[in-house]
Design a protein around this ligand. Sequence first.
Ligand code: UN1
Length: 511
Amino acid sequence: MELPTNLLPALIDGVRPGVAIGADYQLGSGAAFEPLSPIDGELTSKCGAASPADVGAAVAAAHEAFLQWRTVPAPVRGQLVLRIGEMARRHKAELAKLITLEAGKIPSEAEGEVQEWIDVCDFAVGLSRQLYGLSIASERPEHQLIEQWHPLGVVGVISAFNFPNAVWAWNAMIALVCGDSIVWKPSEQTPLISLACHEMVVRAAATMPEAPAALSCVVNGGADVGAALAADKRVPLVSATGSTAMGRKVAVAVGQRLGRSLLELGGNNAMIVTPTADLDLAVRAIVFAAVGTAGQRCTSLRRLIVHSSIVDELTTRLEKAYKSLPIGDPTKEGVLVGPLVSEASFNNMQTSLAAAKLQGGEVLCGGDRVTDAVPAGGFYVTPALVRMPKQTEVMLDETFAPLTYIVTYDTLDEAMAIHNGVPQGLSSAIFTGDIREAGRFTGPAGSDCGIANVNIGTSGAEIGGAFGGEKDTGGGRESGSDSWKQYMRRTTTTVNYGAALPLAQGVKFDV
Ligand code: UN1
């Protein structure tokens, strides 16, 4: 694949920069790394890496940029994000190519991801005129009690391979209108798309004298880079997306120094399919949610909880759909299921399948490596459908692959107990024609997830809502709604415009 080099910073000694502080690209003094494309196992790039000292330097520069940026009026900050959005629009197809190369997504999904960036830019531009505080009734005469939202500081963003553009964008675009700067530690799998996204911000910032380039910094590298970012006291907010194990480490490091963390971690998303479900829609929703992105979304459907009266029909239809899926090189026309990200990922899927069998599961279809008519170095797999006797241990873990477990239920109480009986709480869905069941599922005693859908699948959320989940998913909410508040600090201000000094709570203290 031809690289869109026009979007990338120049090579330094034949290597992609490991550190970017605005337009200042450096090799970085960490150990360079060589990510492989999931498509064919070939090298995508040789990339430099940051050392913990490089992270410190990036944070220092981002902090300086923040000091300048925080006094720029928010609607003017919005103009920067408007320009960034124009860049993303203009280069959508080329950016998507990098996502396909590094994450193995089919072009439509890769472009959909860049579209999330564009959408969140639009959202953030509007938001830049709506960073509202409250005016609160004061108990004292001639006093004003108001709440204001001020810029917070440097925001650390740690992102995963599977959404290497959108997740950064949810954080970075909102943070920029909120008056913050960003230091981004992308996945080691996806340095090129990260550098291209950053370069778009640098170019947009160069068109605005108010915007220092170091508002955007990138520190490439492994876990030590993320750890240095999480530990840095000058970073008041760390937003991390990835595994629950990674999130726990970040939460401890950030919590230790009483910083804020915003965590979007693993999901173990389920759908309840009830007797009144429209099965035509359900089948389509299940297939996209379970096997789209080769099952490598945080929101991918992993567990199907199906009423026993319809399980046979639904299973037959799903088996047929799973077996007919075009699997292969994502750059080939018509392919819907691309590769797993790595051999390790394939092995994890095999381990889960073996555990499922030991726990009484019957593999109805899939789970095999595809080697015919696909690039030899990639790990392609047939999506697996596994009928389980009940929700067993293996179903409590997230396996990042196209692996769908089916269990049955007879009463909605039973279905809800199975649904909520896992450690994670990201996305969920019910297919039903019964308004009472839908109400129950989305109500306070229903799904315990951050996302609860009716008659659509678990994946593919729009950016306008707050995105994230509960329990082991980490509790954070990113992107739309009022997620912006996390990127700002709240000041409560009381103004006395009278000539007396009444104390709150009626306290007397005359001197
Ligand atoms: C993720 O998998 O980390 O809702 C994010 C979705 C996408 C985002 C997924 N909009 O599936």
